[in-house]
Design a protein around this ligand. Structure first.
Ligand code: PLZ
Length: 466
């Protein structure tokens, strides 16, 4: 069989987003020597003596520059970036507008603490989030530093506003690494093992995972199954909020069956329970809509955000119904760095790019190209159990051929083979058997096709021509 890749499939016109890439960084895959090269190996030795062993890194190389769709390492290798720093640099790494905004803000002031001396940039980000998040009701926002902190604050607001304690989460959920969000996260290893005891009043109910339903069920049936568990084991009148990732992220890029989220939303409304959308990974155009809830017209009461919000600067946010957010007493929300001015300036520049350049449409074009390509590969690569995802949040779940038995070793092999050939992909999933793609939304078409060629050969176990 020919090892040449399939002829490029026709997709709608690729947008020209070159103004969001550093102009002096070639958008190419380039492997100049061993991966990792000597300079990266030297840094790995320094790391072993200074960095805590518990911190893992996917790629064994050290970064010198990144932008558009590439990451260049200290040895001169240029990797196709299909990770975006875990769905963060959606507007591109070192996007020129973000770089300029941060530099200008740094020259004006770098920090005052919004709780000490406030500034316009924080207010402007809250105004933008009121406009962008689902629903046209009155909204208020608090800014924080990370996704986990956003989820924590959404729970604080939900408990204060409802006067109830219980927090309901889904199987396969990932919400962070702080004590409360570890309790909310499903997977023990590596996130929870040995780190307990965990926060109380967190209850887990079944999610919708179409590939792994013993018998196919609708989204409504999956929601009814979840509701039955929580009504029996918790009681609706005890529940402050149900927290959902509209597409399960670390749990495996699982898109729930249509109707699952709307049914949960209806149940929440009927019982005075708040629906919290954890859009930390799915938000900001990633799934082909500004927020993943938009695909089914779901309007959460509170939305937790981070990652793609600020072009790579650390920022998180909770935006919610004004009367819920304002139920918190004065001084009840905050933090030293929350809504740092550099992060806010970056967020304003990133939001401008999402809107002006319609990056949600760019995500849909990426989906078109990648899914048609991967579905074609799946007909030949027998370990591909499913190709799924939304927008530029795409994945392949790997199984032992002919079964649904997860094959995490195969996912690790594919990711390693890609890295050796200059393509960065991540894995995820409760069973560790999912290869996921999160390209920057500004990636060029040729570069993306080249990255997919490498992924295809890795899946088929074929050598990659340099
Ligand atoms: N909610 C849905 O995806 C972060 C975690 C990587 P922080 N996901 C990547 C890792 O191993 O730490 C995430 C998420 C969802 C919350 C979070 C937490 O966001 O910014 O990492 O705290």
């Amino acid at each position: 069989m020919s090892t040449r890749s399939a002829a490029p499939q026709a997709v709608s016109a690729w947008p020209d987003l070159s103004h969001l890439r550093p102009s002096d960084l070639p958008q190419e895959r380039r492997v100049v020597g061993p991966v990792p090269g000597p300079a990266s190996q030297a840094l790995a030795e320094r790391r072993a003596r200074s960095v805590a062993a518990g911190v893992a890194s996917t790629l064994p190389v050290y970064v010198a520059r990144a932008g558009g769709g590439v990451i260049v390492d200290v040895d001169g290798n240029s990797f196709v970036d299909l990770a975006s720093g875990i769905a963060v640099t959606s507007v591109g790494n070192a996007a020129p507008g973000v770089v300029d905004a941060v530099a200008a803000q740094a020259a004006d002031f770098t920090h005052t603490c919004f709780m000490v001396a406030p500034y316009e940039e924080y207010v402007a980000v809250c105004e933008a989030l009121a406009r962008l998040t689902p629903g046209d009701h009155a909204k208020r926002t608090v800014l924080v530093n990370s996704g986990a902190e956003a989820v924590e604050n959404a729970v604080k607001v939900a408990r204060r506003a409802t006067g109830r304690d219980a927090v309901v989460v889904l199987d396969h959920a990932y919400h962070g690494r702080t004590n409360l969000t570890m309790a909310m996260t499903a997977k023990a290893m590596p996130y929870k093992t040995g780190f307990g005891p965990f926060a109380g009043e967190v209850y887990r109910v079944p999610a919708s995972y179409p590939l792994r339903e013993p018998v196919p069920i609708t989204g409504e049936q999956a929601a009814a199954r979840a509701v039955a568990v929580l009504e029996k084991q918790v009681g609706a009148d005890q529940v402050a909020c149900v927290v959902v990732e509209p597409v399960l992220g670390e749990g495996g890029f699982v898109v729930p069956a249509p109707g699952f989220l709307p049914a949960l939303e209806r149940w929440c409304r009927e019982h005075g329970v708040l629906l919290v959308a954890d859009e930390v990974q799915t938000g900001f155009a990633r799934t082909g809509a500004m927020f993943a809830c938009d695909h089914e017209g779901v309007v959460p009461d509170l939305v937790a955000m981070a990652k793609g919000i600020a072009g790579g600067l650390p920022l998180g946010a909770v935006t919610g119904r004004a009367e819920l957010m304002d139920a918190v007493h004065l001084g009840g929300l905050g933090g030293t760095f929350g809504g740092n001015p550099l992060a806010c300036a970056a967020a304003l520049a990133a939001v401008e790019a999402y809107e002006r350049d319609d990056l949600a449409a760019a995500a849909r074009r990426i989906e078109e190209l990648v899914t048609s390509r991967l579905r074609d590969v799946a007909t030949r690569a027998r370990q591909v159990g499913e190709v799924r995802g939304r927008g530029a949040m795409l994945a392949i779940e790997l199984v032992r051929p002919g079964t649904l038995e997860p094959d995490p070793a195969e996912a690790a092999r594919v990711a390693r083979a890609c890295a050796q050939e200059g393509v960065l992909v991540l894995t995820c999933g409760t069973y560790g058997n999912v290869v996921r793609l999160l390209p920057p939304l500004v990636i060029g078409e040729d570069l993306l096709r080249d990255g997919l060629d490498v992924l295809e050969r890795a899946l088929l176990g074929l050598p990659v021509p340099v």
